[in-house]
Each structure stands twice: as C-alpha cells, then as structure tokens.
Design a binder for this molecule. Structure first.
Ligand SMILES: Cc1cc2nc3c(=O)[nH]c(=O)nc-3n(C[C@H](O)[C@H](O)[C@H](O)COP(=O)(O)O)c2cc1C
Length: 194
C-alpha cells in the first residue's frame, strides 16, 4: 500500500515538508510506502494542468493521500488552493473513498481554518478523513522549530499510525468480502425556482 504526500509549500524542504516527513516515517514503520510530490511554485506559474495530471496519475496507484500546506493569511497557501481546485474538478473519481489527511504548518495562528478548508475537498469526494490526537498542526518558521515542537511531532506520528491502521482495515475488509460502495448517479439541485 502507498500514500502520496503532497507538499503545497513554496519551500521544498521547509516546515511543511518536515511535518509530512514525520507522517511518512510513521507510515513507513507500519509497512506503508510513501511518495512525495512537491507542487511548489509551479502551481501558480502556469503549469497547474501538468502538475494536476502528474498527481492524478500517481494517485491512481496510491491508496491514500496527505496534503501539507503552510498557513498563509490564516488559510491554505494559494498553491494548495489552485492545486486542489483543479485536482478535485478533474479527478475526484480517482480519489473517491481513499483515506486523506491535511497537515498544516504555521508560525502561530490559522492552522485549524486551513485544515477545515482542505478537509472540505476530501469530504466532497467521499474520502474518509484521518485524524490524530489533536488537529494536524505543527508550529515554526524553520524545520528545526518544527522538530522542537514536541506536541506537533507526536501529532504527526499518531496521524501516520492512524492512517496505516485505516488503510490496513480497508484492505482486510476487502479481503473478507466487504465490497466497495459504488458511486451514485448524482442529483443536482439549486435554489432557483422556475
Ligand atoms: C505569505 C505568508 C503568509 C503567512 N501567514 C501566516 C499566518 O497567517 N499565520 C501564521 O502563523 N504564519 C503565517 N506565515 C508563516 C508560515 O505559515 C510558517 O512559517 C510555515 O511554517 C512555513 O512553512 P514552510 O517552511 O513549509 O514554507 C506566513 C508566511 C508567508 C510567507
């Protein structure tokens, strides 16, 4: 089993990467493979379609995903927003029923608002949202800060462990004959009266 770790920071090896690495280490310890995808500045530099295509291809071969974002102005980064808007408009069928989690890094505030925003994409695509022993956040301006945030480190480790447990449980369910619920034909309504 494999989980795609998406780094939505403009810094390839910054705080967000450090948080994602802690989750990945915990997944690896439970025998789950991980792969990193750095969406970086390309998400807003005209290459969004290419990055989303690459991500969707990789996600076909993955059983779950973790999306990491730095907090910018009390929300996810613009890079994560653009990426998620495009990924979920084009590829929600690939994502459906795959466990997912959002992790955020902030110097001080805005983490839970950023997590809420990212979780809304997961819920739209029927993805089980994985949680930890607190909201999935670390704090700092450098990777060293993040590693000295002992509570944040533990939250990332527990998140990885919980995701591994859920992935293994889904696999065990499949092996025991519990079928995956198929997609429904969607009913769309709005509030405009004719
Ligand atoms: C444009 C911008 C906006 C930011 N806004 C916030 C914010 O609202 N709250 C906060 O605590 N930190 C904020 N920060 C700090 C980063 O979220 C924080 O340093 C984060 O850990 C950086 O992660 P990275 O190393 O992966 O880029 C902001 C940083 C930038 C560059």
């Amino acid at each position: 089993m494999k989980v795609l770790m998406i780094n939505g920071s403009r810094r390839e090896k910054g705080c967000t990467y450090t948080a994602l690495s802690l989750v990945a280490d915990a997944l690896n310890q439970e025998g789950i493979e991980t792969e990193f995808l750095f969406i970086g500045k390309d998400a807003v530099n005209g290459n969004i379609d290419e990055i989303v295509k690459t991500a969707a291809e990789k996600l076909k071969a993955c059983d779950g995903m973790v999306v990491g974002s730095p907090v910018y102005y009390a929300g996810p980064s613009g890079e994560v927003r653009v990426f998620m808007d495009r990924l979920f408009s084009t590829s929600s069928g690939v994502l459906r029923l795959k466990p997912a989690a959002a992790v955020t890094s902030a110097r001080r505030a805005g983490t839970t608002a950023a997590i809420d925003a990212i979780n809304k994409y997961f819920a739209f695509a029927e993805m089980p949202i994985v949680s930890s022993r607190y909201w999935n956040e670390v704090h700092g301006a450098t990777p060293e800060d993040v590693l000295s945030d002992k509570e944040g480190v533990q939250i990332m480790q527990v998140l990885g462990r919980n995701m591994a447990w859920l992935l293994k449980s889904i696999e065990a369910g499949k092996n025991a004959g519990i079928g995956t619920p198929g997609p429904v034909e969607k009913v769309f309504t709005n509030f405009i009266k004719k």
